[in-house]
Design a protein. Structure first.
Length: 113
């Protein structure tokens, strides 16, 4: 059971990394090539890989401290989303491996070279 938690935690860290990289990449993209067409595409991709990014709409007109709190909350919420997805996928993968191992026993005495 420990490896499920470890794998899910890794997924959560990946979720935080995705959110942070997406924020940095989107900021650089806006600086280098401001385009309304790219903004629409960026928003669609952002909602897929960073599902909690819709909270960033609350930063409209907010002060500096409130904006930082909202962004941190959105990034940490992405950790939770990826953590849960990682836990479900890891548990499903382990269950599938167990079912496949029981359905087709492998003779371990013969080597497959």
């Amino acid at each position: 059971m420990r490896s499920i938690w470890k794998t899910a935690s890794i997924w959560g860290v990946v979720g935080v990394g995705v959110a942070v990289l997406f924020m940095v990449g989107a900021s650089l993209l806006r600086l280098l090539h401001p385009s309304p067409a790219l903004d629409g595409l960026r928003q669609e991709i952002e909602l897929f890989v960073w599902p909690t990014s819709f909270w960033l709409m609350a930063t409209e007109g907010a002060g500096r401290a409130a904006t930082i709190e909202i962004v941190v909350m959105a990034v940490l919420a992405n950790f939770i989303v990826y953590f849960v997805v990682g836990m479900v996928l890891t548990a499903a993968w382990k269950l599938l491996k167990r079912i496949m191992a029981k359905s087709s026993p492998v003779d371990r005495s013969k080597s497959m070279i």
